[in-house]
Each structure stands twice: as C-alpha cells, then as structure tokens.
Design a protein around this ligand. Structure first.
Ligand code: ADP
Ligand code: MG
Length: 589
C-alpha cells in the first residue's frame, strides 16, 4: 500500500496556526501592538476601520526591519527574539513564538512598510493569504507601518462568525487598554473610523489610568508598593467606593505582560472581603516583577495565562499586599499581619520601606505546609467536630481519626480557654461574638432574610428630630436586620419585634437603644451603611465581657467563630484569639 502521510504546505499550516493566534480583530491588534513595543516604539498609532473587519493598522517609530527581515517576518517560527531553548526561560519581550505575522498573513491582506532608522529606503511588502503579491523599495519613515485588511477574507466561515462592530470594537478596546496600561511611557493614539478615540501622551502610571478611565479615578486610587525576595508588586488598587457592579477594570501584569489569572484575582478579591459589597468588583492594576525563570509564559498560545513556580506563595503575597495597602489608607480596619494565622507560621518579616507597620511575607515553605489553608484549619486536626451546622468556608475539623475535643473553660468571665493540637488558645468572648454577629448581620442584610421575634409588649420610642431623620433613612435596612419598626406619628416609632437571633439577650429591651448609639458612634469608620449597621448591631447584641457562659455556649462560640470568613479579627480589628504553643509552655518550666 502506498504511503499516505504528507507534510502540510506552509500556507495551510499557517492557516491552522492562525486559528489559534487570530480569533478576531482584537487578536491582531494585540499582536501588532506588542510587536511595535518589542521593536522599541515610543509613539504608536492604532488605526481601525469597521471594528477591525476592514482595517487594522499599527504605525510605530521602533527599530524597523531590513528588507530580509521584513520578508522573513512572515515566515512561521521566524522571530528575532529567541535563538536558543535557554532563551525561553528568560523572556522579556512580549512576542517570541514567531507565529503572529505568519498567522495573520495567512488569513488577511497585509501591507507592510518598514525602514531601519538611518537607512535611505525602506521595504514595501504586500501579501494576500500568505502569497507574496509585491515587494519593492519605498520611502517611509523609520519604523514600521503595518496594515491588515479584510481579516478572514479567505476563510468566509470565520468572517461570518465575527460579532457585531460594537462587540468586536469592545474587544479591541480591551486589548488596547491592557497594552496601554502596561506601557505608560509609550505614547498611544487610536483612531476608529477616522475619529480619534484615545490620545495618550507618555506619562506616569497614575496619569495613564486617569487618561484611560476618566478623571474621577484620580482620587480613587490607592498605591501599592511591596518588595519581597520573590517579587516586587507595584500599581494601584481602587478604593472600595470605586468598586463596580460589573467586572470592570482589573489588570495583572507580570513583567510588563498582561495576564489573566482567576487564581490571583481570588487573592485580591479576598483582601477586599467585607470592605466592598458582595458581587461588586474592585479596580486593580497590579504589576508584578519577578525572575522570568520562575514563571512559564509558554503555556498559552496567546500568552495570557502563565504558570508560576511558587503559585501559592504569590497568592499570599498578593493578598497581603492588597490588605496592607487598604489598611495603610485606613480603608480596612488595620490588620496586624504579624499575628495573622495565615502568614504567621510561614513568614519572615520583611522590612517595610514605609516603616509604618510591617508586613509579613512568607519567604519559603514546603509544599505540604499548606500556607493558604488558613492556619486555624489545622489547629483542631484530630479532634471531632461537635455539631452539624454547616461551617463554610473554612471547614474547621476534618479528620477521620476523630477524638473527643476537650471541653472549653471560661477564665475571668472573659476568655475561653480551648485546647488545640499544638497547644491552646484563648478566645476573647466579646470580640469573638462580635465577629460572629457581624458576619451574620451582614449576610442577613444582603439576603434580606432576617427573621424577627415579636415583642410581647411593643415598645414606643420618641426620638429627637435628628435621630428621627437618621432612622427614617435607615429603616428598610434596619428592618432587614430583623427589627420590626414602624413609624408612628411625628418623631415616634413603634418596635414590634427584634432580630430573632438576638432575642434571647437578657437586655433585649435596650437592644435598640444601644444599636442606635453604636451606629452614631461608628460614623468615623470608613464602612458602607450596611457594614455600619451590621457592626452596630453586632456590638450592641454581642455577649459582653463579664458574662458567665455555659460549656455549650462556649463551644458554640468556638465553632461559629471558626466558621467565619475572618475569624481572627473582630470587625473593628481586635484579635479574637491568641494561641500558645506547647513548646512555648514547656520552655517556661
Ligand atoms: P514574534 O513577535 O513572536 O517574534 P511575530 O510574527 O510577531 O513573532 O514577528 C516576527 C518578527 O518580525 C519579530 O521577531 C520581529 O523581529 C519582526 N517584527 C514584527 N513586527 C515588527 C515591528 N513592528 N518592528 C520591527 N520588527 C518587527
Ligand atoms: Mg509578535
């Protein structure tokens, strides 16, 4: 039987490769802009017609190409950016696969003019579906001017599946913004259908953000600047009030390259936990600089996903850095990273250039140390979980070799002493309960699902005109917490019910008074209205110091505390517990 395997002709191979690299006009925009940047362009012009379906043109003042290079650039695997396999581990340029121009030329009509600076004449090359149509000398400024016309003209099925101009243009703008934000020092101009849509002079990063996303961004940016052994993080995060309802501007840059990373996004969002409402998205622009040898950018054909050697470590560093920035700007209750169980066991102190407080960044860990499995998860290992209430997200006790947990002990009517695997911990009953109630209240407000306990004798309240105005404004949210309060004539309200989860308080009658007082006291905290309400009710409704607790109550507090999202701090930033290691005890004897 005759042999049947043949090598594909280049033109077909290029078209197949184009399927990976060129999905839509925006992919071409990205590749051409990146080439212009790699070529050292300082002024780059992007011209678009019909959302890129008719024309995508990029003009740069970079190094330009010789005639041979200009011709070579359209060959597959033709690149000036790597020569040896070892170069792959130290890539600093945006492109390196040598695939983009070959792929683009396979599915479009391409017109290239390029000249090296100092040369008299440049080169003009025209290609159609990989076929060379024209090659001649031409007059052209130093740099490169590349036009990509009628994308997918020879692949009708793909052209047909392009989306509307609005959608394709949106994709182009997204790509453009990513590039522009990664290179504030480069001047960019964008024209769509002959209208200038962006004019971005070379500037600082802050200015670039403002020029791209609007003047009102200026006072919403909180700078980030952290340096660890592993990486350097800089950029901006948005103040909580700049968070948007739709996923807006969020950028990770690794060594100047935009990447998508749901994993790191999770780290940032985690740092904003409780500071912004659920389902809203903070602005962030975080530029990580690190040794290229510790990342693999080769995993994705268009290079938007990368793999880190030390993924978990980077995760923790990013989260800690964002937290740190937020707390420095007094947006989050200041978190004392020294004591954060997340980092405490694996971290070493890194001197902070701002010297205000210090941030602990884990510097090394062995894989089985589970640095992101927040410390406390392991604390009870080997001990049985007491009740079956679902505890999310941190499942406290997960062990097959269950063993009875020691009963907690109350000290000085204030602290709960509880044995843990590595020693014991002291829990401040008031701070712990504040945290528990705070998270519960917040979720009740958000879900509007609070139930109310009707009072046997409804209580009438007369308030000052000022307080009346305040309450009126808050009434829907207060009732969402489980109160049942009704306006009753001038400056008077009737309380029919109080939150069911607080109805067993001995001082239930004064709960509302205290709640109101707390709410007024907390005005200075930079919290949303919902958070302030949740906090005020937590502080007024919590178990205070000096209250005797039954064993079951103490156990409930422990279980509920460690089911919280942020168990280690009260909502106002006080430690909820401290731990003591057995070694530490032994050394004292
Ligand atoms: P890669 O960027 O991965 O090297 P491309 O197919 O995008 O591959 O480009 C191939 C080569 O063409 C580049 O390595 C570079 O030498 C050259 N080139 C492409 N665009 C430009 C440009 N705007 N200015 C100068 N050289 C360019
Ligand atoms: Mg390229």
């Amino acid at each position: 039987m005759a042999d049947i395997i043949q090598l594909l002709p280049d033109s077909i191979a290029n078209q197949i490769a184009a399927g990976e690299v060129v999905q839509r006009p925006a992919s071409v925009v990205k590749e051409l802009l990146e080439n212009a940047i790699d070529a050292g362009g300082t002024h780059i012009k992007l011209i678009i017609k019909e959302a890129g379906k008719q024309l995508i043109q990029v003009i740069d003042n970079g190094v330009g190409m010789s005639t041979t290079d200009a011709r070579m650039s359209f060959e597959r695997h033709a690149t000036s950016k790597i020569r040896t396999a070892a170069d792959l581990n130290a890539i600093r340029t945006l492109g390196f696969r040598g695939e983009a121009l070959a792929s683009i030329a396979a599915v479009a009509q391409v017109d290239l003019k390029s000249k090296k600076h100092g040369e008299e004449l440049g080169t003009h090359i025209v290609l159609e579906g990989s076929d060379l149509i024209k090659q001649e000398s031409c007059e052209t400024p130093g740099g490169t001017n590349l036009q990509v016309k009628n994308l997918f003209f020879n692949v009708p099925a793909r052209r047909k599946f392009l989306k509307s101009n609005t959608v394709e243009l949106r994709h182009i703008i997204d790509e453009f913004q990513r590039v522009a934000i990664a290179h504030p020092d480069i001047m960019f101009e964008v024209f769509h259908n002959n209208v200038e849509t962006y004019h971005l002079p070379s500037s600082t990063l802050r200015k670039r953000v403002v020029n791209l996303f609007g003047k009102n961004m200026n006072d919403k940016l909180v700078p980030i600047e952290e340096e660890t052994d592993l990486c350097k993080i800089s950029g901006f995060i948005g103040k909580p009030e700049a968070a948007k309802r739709s996923r807006g501007e969020q950028f990770f840059l690794i060594n100047g390259r935009f990447i998508k990373s749901p994993y790191l996004n999770h780290a940032v969002v985690g740092a904003y936990e409780e500071i912004i409402p659920a389902k809203s998205y903070p602005f962030y622009l975080l530029a990580l600089e690190m040794d290229p040898e510790r990342i693999d950018i080769n995993v994705h054909p268009t290079k938007q996903e990368i793999k880190f050697e030390d993924e978990r470590l980077i995760y923790n560093i990013v989260k800690a850095a964002v937290r740190h920035a937020l707390s420095q700007y007094n947006i989050a209750p200041s978190l004392d990273f020294d004591q954060s169980p997340i980092l405490a066991n694996i971290g070493t102190a890194v001197p902070d250039h701002n010297t205000r407080d210090k941030i602990i960044i884990p510097s090394s860990f062995s894989r089985d140390q589970r640095p992101d499995a927040s410390g406390w998860e392991n604390m009870f290992e080997g001990m049985e979980k007491r009740d079956n209430t679902p505890v999310a997200p941190a499942t406290i006790i997960e062990s097959s070799e269950a063993q009875d947990r020691k009963a907690p002990v109350q000290l000085h009517l204030t602290y709960i002493l509880s044995q843990i695997k590595s020693g014991f911990m002291l829990i401040d009953q008031q701070y712990a309960h504040e945290r528990i109630l705070y998270e519960r209240n917040l979720s009740l407000i958000q879900q509007q699902k609070a139930s109310s306990q009707r009072l046997l004798f409804p209580k009438t309240y007369s308030l000052s005109t000022q307080d009346t105005a305040l309450i009126k404004d808050l009434l829907p949210s207060i009732n969402a917490l489980g109160f049942e309060i009704e306006e009753f004539g001038k400056d008077t309200f009737i309380i029919h019910g109080i939150p069911a989860h607080l109805s067993n308080l001995p001082e239930e009658a004064s709960l509302f008074d205290e709640f109101l007082e707390q709410f007024k006291l907390n005005v200075d905290l930079e919290l949303s209205k919902e958070q302030r309400l949740a906090l005020s009710l937590a502080r007024s409704g919590c178990i205070k110091r000096g209250v005797a607790l039954q064993t079951m109550e103490m156990e409930a507090i422990i279980d509920q505390l460690f089911a919280c999202n942020v168990p280690y701090k009260s909502p106002t930033g006080k430690k909820c517990f401290i731990t003591f290691e057995l070694d530490e005890l032994q050394s004292k004897f």
